[in-house]
Design a protein around this ligand. Structure first.
Ligand code: DC
Length: 491
């Protein structure tokens, strides 16, 4: 388990973030997101984006056009035709809808009352998320909302979740409204907030939820300055941890048991032989005790992923069936693979995997549990979430592409890529386990990982667009597999 930095160490760490950094800030209404996000953006020189203002702007337009907030199609039509711009304002974001400044008009009790209904529609959300991602394509952002860390940017540079007690949040909202000259009763403000919490957290589409890798800050007792300072410190935790990974590759190689060296030396050239490209390797390298979690589309995934990984002993979970024949059994035993019975929850296999991680070994895992169709990752089985909860090990996400179309010298029609994401640390585990049972936390970890896989996939296709050959392979495979097995399992 990594050691979290002390406040002193964090203060000493640099404030600088990359120019394309994405800081995601989520939390309930009145938790201090806007003030914190705006101040952080100024401090880190990033663009501030208030996504609540986007949903509010659509709500205001719907009210003006007398559209029903329950009519998803009408809302989508309004949004599709709209030129929606956000500019950093002095106090609140300036919001411009079709050339008209609506910054004031979106913060009225009528909009407050209807915005939860408008933002509950899946199609509305998908369109908003697309626009939000577009902001980040143009440069670094600090973005606040409800689903920024969980849905919009599963691989955000930093994820913060601001929280505060209901009464502290109501107090703040009440003061804000009085400053704006809106007459309000404190109790009524609190009732409205509680109702909005209920709607925002209870909806089916992207509900307000703590992402397992978010840093949770309770702002109930913090002053404004403290709140901003804490948020700035939280942004430094992952870079601080990354910088501590000083792992001498040459020394690690010498310390490696001879059989691993033999294995790596044998598989390393395989990648070159089939034109494998490795993308997004985390800097500087991977620390011990990490879960390497990859999507799975082909039999060639395990050896190819293994071939990119020469750092230390990598254990892997392999289905028990592979240990059937005497030769295969000897081979997998020699590799220290851990046999797993996939029919149910194999406690012995997970105990062995947990022990390996605790001993500082890395564990290669295919959390989908079996090979899946290209372009349709998931669902994610429980193993990843259970292991992560038990061991607190960070997760290194890996996306493989093209392993179904291998060719010697590389397949010119189908890029072969293994793409590493950054290390994902589950900072919010204790907090989540306080309010939810283990099964629910397992599901959240699975959902996060699936979002990350999709994001890595999108990055891969953005760098190298899908070829015609890949597209045909994907469609043909989909047709064939759907006939054979409607539930998406390919092997
Ligand atoms: O942050 P706010 O109060 O201005 O947000 C207004 C509403 O929009 C809030 O009730 C929930 C919704 N919202 C959302 O569903 N997803 C976001 N990313 C941001 C806001």
């Amino acid at each position: 388990m990594e050691r979290l930095p002390s406040v002193v160490e964090l203060r000493a760490a640099s404030d600088a973030v990359p120019a394309d950094a994405v800081v995601a800030i989520d939390g309930p209404a009145g938790s201090g997101k806007s003030t914190t996000a705006r101040a952080l953006a100024r401090r880190l020189q990033l663009v501030y984006v208030d996504t609540g203002a986007m949903y509010r702007a659509l709500t205001r337009a719907a009210l003006e056009a007398a559209a029903d907030p329950a009519d998803e199609a009408a809302l989508c039509r309004l949004l599709d035709g709209a030129d929606l711009r956000l500019r950093p304002g002095d106090k609140e974001a300036q919001v411009v809808w079709n050339g008209r400044d609506v910054s004031q008009a979106i913060r009225t009790p009528a909009v407050d009352a209807a915005v939860s209904a408008v933002s509950a529609h899946g199609e509305v959300r998908r369109r908003m998320v697309e626009r939000q991602r577009e902001f980040a394509r143009r440069g670094g952002v600090v973005m606040e909302g409800r689903d920024i860390g969980s849905v919009v940017f599963p691989l955000a540079t930093a994820k913060l979740y601001l929280d505060a007690t209901l009464s502290a949040r109501a107090e703040r909202r009440w003061r804000q409204q009085r400053e704006r000259g809106q007459a309000a009763e404190r109790e009524a403000v609190q009732r409205d907030l509680a109702e909005r919490d209920r709607l925002d957290s209870g909806r089916a589409e992207s509900p307000l939820a703590i992402s397992p890798d978010a840093l949770v800050i309770d702002t109930s007792r913090l002053s404004l300055e403290q709140q901003i300072e804490e948020a700035a410190l939280a942004c430094r935790i992952n870079p601080w941890l990354d910088a501590r990974v000083d792992w001498d590759a040459a020394r690690a190689w010498r310390a490696l048991p001879a059989k691993y060296r033999l294995f790596y030396n044998a598989v390393a050239p395989v990648g070159a032989l089939v034109g494998l490209r490795v993308a997004g390797r985390p800097a500087p390298t991977v620390p011990p005790g990490v879960i390497l979690a990859s999507n799975h589309i082909s039999w060639f995934d395990p050896p190819l992923v293994g071939s990119t990984f020469r750092r230390g002993p990598v254990r892997t979970l392999a289905k028990r069936e592979l240990f059937a024949g005497p030769i295969a059994r000897a081979f997998f035993r020699w590799l220290d693979a851990i046999p797993i019975d996939r029919r149910g929850y194999d406690a012995a296999a997970f105990a062995a995997a947990g022990a390996a991680l605790a001993a500082g070994q890395n564990l290669l895992l295919f959390p989908e549990g079996t090979r899946r169709r290209i372009g349709e990752p998931g669902p994610i089985k429980g193993g990843l979430g259970i292991l992560a909860q038990e061991t607190r090990a960070p997760i290194l996400p890996i996306f493989v592409r093209g392993t179904r179309a291998l060719a010697f010298g590389g397949n010119p029609q189908s890029p072969l890529e293994i793409r590493y994401g950054p290390l994902v640390r589950l900072h919010a585990l204790d907090r989540l386990l306080r309010d939810h049972d283990r099964r629910e936390v397992t599901e959240r970890i699975g959902a996060l990982f699936l979002g990350i896989l999709r994001e890595l996939e999108a990055r891969s296709y953005a760098a190298t667009p899908e070829s015609e050959y890949e597209r045909r392979l994907r469609l043909a495979q989909g047709r064939r597999d759907r006939r054979r097995n409607p539930f998406g399992e390919t092997g």
